[in-house]
Design a protein around this ligand. Structure first.
Ligand code: MYA
Length: 629
């Protein structure tokens, strides 16, 4: 078996020698990056078109009540023949490696990836999937990467995090923002796994509030290096990495006021620079095979040429690394969901109770069908986002966040329901689902908690809608605003984009988008910038939920339409899945949008806020015990 994995990288290099490609596809940010000075680039890329009045992003435009289908319909097919061939050559050996060599249960109990697995992964090229071939990587596109991490996710999430923390975020900054010298210096060793990378953002006092980091970087008087001091926590690969992407604050003089202020910076830091130590491996609920440790940074001297981007770019470099990695999580979790579904159907099809297989019971059928439907949505979102990234579309950050939120919750649902279908057997360690469930829990927490990402989605979208509203107001386009407030259709419809048998579902989606746009407009008119205030998060969450459902609807509408048009063998199955999802999503959206403005719902939020305040100030629950003591 090992022989088949050993020769893979060379095979790939041979087959794809003609065009080495990089991480983001044809209109790559990398190429773009190399041509321009850094801070200008960060501003342009990180704001993702904030300065332009119109964006390509489908998800962004629904906040204006607009339907911009070009990134969704038809479902993008981005792999050329050669890329498809390369990928096919990788898929089977990768799956076989995970079936024959890697042992997830052993990794879990040892709390490390076994050495032979690590070596095998290195030999397969799994540490540098997206590093260009001339820098010793496999040079895969995002879509190719997604397909492979899906296999990883279906077998071992602990290994997935070891690999993901290394390349999805650990050295992604070098790929996205590194100078040619930085890439040349660091990427070959990282791509072959000779060195490991880690992404160091979180600090004891700043988790979700990433802009609040306290690690300091002070420029030396001779301007040759920065001295870094601070500490990072919960760093995946923190105890085993050699190269770190570290985010810090540095003082600069404000040009306007002449006063000193802090700004953010990102650095490539080598363990060998000195001043870097780490804590003991954290004891965790799951993903035990992956190393997680605190990092202590004491007078670590980092040469100025190791800065990623420019002074002031650190926060946005961090955000864009995370934006760029999130689709991988959706892809990996799509694999995990498939594993859970397979476990469930295998059991339900042969377990006899009350004289029949339990798969004949409606209660079990509903569980299996819902798992399958959520998996279909997750898979569609993951490959839609990766395809958009490969197409060079830069406005994908909301879609990527949605895919991460949806995938992590859908995968949790699948693991939970799979355990339920298997009953007592599902609860036993040897079944494997128990480990998957423990591993999955963190996915709703890290790479941006789902709560923070929901706010990110909704506030980014509302800001975009707010800009349109402002200029409409200035230009006196009151009629347009009024129309939107009343939920009168912009005239755009998705029904012309889909296969004939999905027209009804497309109409549901178009109608939902109209209502969504109207709700957003009304909220903006009612609250203005104050919509960001914490007390409105009850409402914002409902709007975010509706946005997630809408994106799910268009993702499956597009994919199923393609299957129907191309007569895929699974087309009729996909049709049923899509119609069902759209139907249920339409009802959820209507409910969430109603609850975003309905006075009764607002009263309920007041009650929720009050209950929470009461128990927090009481430091415990308030009601008397039923027994009175
Ligand atoms: S790593 C740690 C993860 N940590 C986080 O994700 C932190 C979460 N916090 C945030 O994202 C931000 O702090 C939020 C904004 C969103 C809360 N893209 O005033 P602002 C711009 C582009 O809203 P804040 C881990 O978990 C914004 O437009 N730009 O900021 C490891 C504005 O720009 P401008 C963005 O309120 C897990 C400016 O920034 C973004 O302070 C290991 C300020 O915005 C954005 N996203 O906070 C995983 N956000 O000034 C392993 C904001 O121009 C990987 N902005 O208007 C596993 C991979 C899967 C498996 C693979 C297998 C191989």
């Amino acid at each position: 078996m090992f022989r088949s994995v050993r020769y893979l990288p060379s095979l790939i290099q041979k087959s794809a020698l003609s065009h080495s490609r990089n991480v983001v596809g044809p209109c790559s940010q990398l190429q773009w990056r190399e041509a321009r000075p850094s801070s200008q680039i960060q501003k342009r890329e990180a704001s993702s078109g904030a300065e332009s009045s119109e964006m390509n992003s489908f998800a962004m435009n629904i906040f204006r009540g607009d339907i911009k289908p070009s990134t969704i319909f038809p479902f993008p097919e981005v792999l050329n023949e050669e890329q498809e061939e390369t990928l096919k050559m990788l898929v089977d050996p990768c799956a076989k490696f995970f079936e024959d060599i890697n042992d997830p249960a052993a990794n879990d109990s040892l709390e490390k990836v076994e050495d032979n697995s690590l070596e095998g992964l290195k030999e397969m090229g799994a540490f540098g999937l997206q590093v260009p071939q001339d820098l010793s990587g496999l040079g895969l596109t995002n879509t190719q990467y997604a397909r492979l991490v899906e296999i990883v996710g279906s077998h071992d999430l602990g290994v997935g995090i070891t690999l993901g923390a290394h390349q999805s975020i650990g050295f992604k900054g070098i790929l996205l923002y590194g100078t040619p010298e930085q890439k040349q210096k660091y990427l070959p060793d990282l791509a072959t796994g000779q060195k490991m990378a880690a992404f160091c953002l979180t600090e004891p006092s700043c988790g979700s509030d990433a802009a609040g980091i306290k690690t300091r970087a002070i420029l030396s008087p001779d301007g040759t290096h920065y001295t870094l001091n601070g500490g990072k926590i919960w760093i995946s690969n923190g105890g085993v990495a050699d190269v770190f992407t570290v985010f810090a604050k540095t003082p600069i003089v404000d040009e306007k006021t002449g006063k000193e202020k802090d700004t953010s910076v990102a650095f490539i830091v080598e363990r060998g620079f000195g001043g870097i130590t780490h804590g003991a491996p954290e004891k965790k609920m799951g993903i035990k095979a992956s190393n997680t440790a605190a990092l202590f940074i004491d007078d670590c001297k980092v040469p100025v040429e190791n800065m990623l981007g420019g002074v002031g770019d650190g926060f946005k470099v961090a955000m864009n690394i995370l934006n760029n990695g999130r689709f991988g999580m959706a892809a990996a979790l799509s694999g995990t969901m498939k594993y859970c579904i397979n476990k469930s159907i295998e059991h339900a099809g042969q377990r006899v109770q009350f004289k029949t297989e339990i798969s004949n019971f409606g209660a079990i059928q509903e569980k299996i069908s819902r798992m399958v439907m959520k998996h279909y949505v997750t898979e569609s979102m993951a490959y839609l986002v990766s395809a958009n990234m490969d197409q060079g579309i830069k406005e994908f950050q909301i879609e990527a966040a949605i895919s991460k939120i949806y995938a992590s919750e859908a995968a949790w649902f699948c693991a939970d329901e799979a355990i339920q279908v298997l009953g007592g057997m599902g609860y036993m360690k040897e079944c494997g689902l128990e480990r998957v469930m423990r591993d999955l829990r963190i996915f709703r927490i890290f790479e941006g908690t789902n709560d923070i990402l929901r706010l990110f989605v909704v506030l980014t979208g509302m800001e975009y809608a707010g800009r349109a509203l402002k200029s409409a107001g200035k230009m006196g386009v009151a009629a347009d605003m009024l129309k939107r407030r009343l939920g009168i259709s912009s005239g755009d419809s998705l029904s012309t984009q889909v296969h004939g048998s999905l027209k009804e579902s497309a109409d549901q989606a178009s109608k939902s988008i109209n209502e969504f746009g109207a709700t957003v407009t009304n909220l903006l008119i009612k609250h203005g910038k104050k919509v960001k205030d914490p007390e409105h998060q009850f409402v914002l969450n409902r709007v975010a939920e509706a946005a997630i459902d809408i994106y799910g609807m268009v993702a499956v509408l597009s994919r199923a339409s393609r299957s129907l048009e191309q007569n895929h063998s699974s087309a009729q199955h996909e049709l049923v899945l899509t119609k069902l999802f759209c139907d249920e999503a339409t009802e959820r959206i209507a409910m969430n949008l109603r609850d975003a403005s309905d006075s009764k719902a607002l009263q309920r939020y007041t009650s929720l806020a009050r209950i929470s305040k009461d128990v927090v100030s009481n430091n415990g629950t308030l009601q008397q015990h039923p027994l009175g003591f």
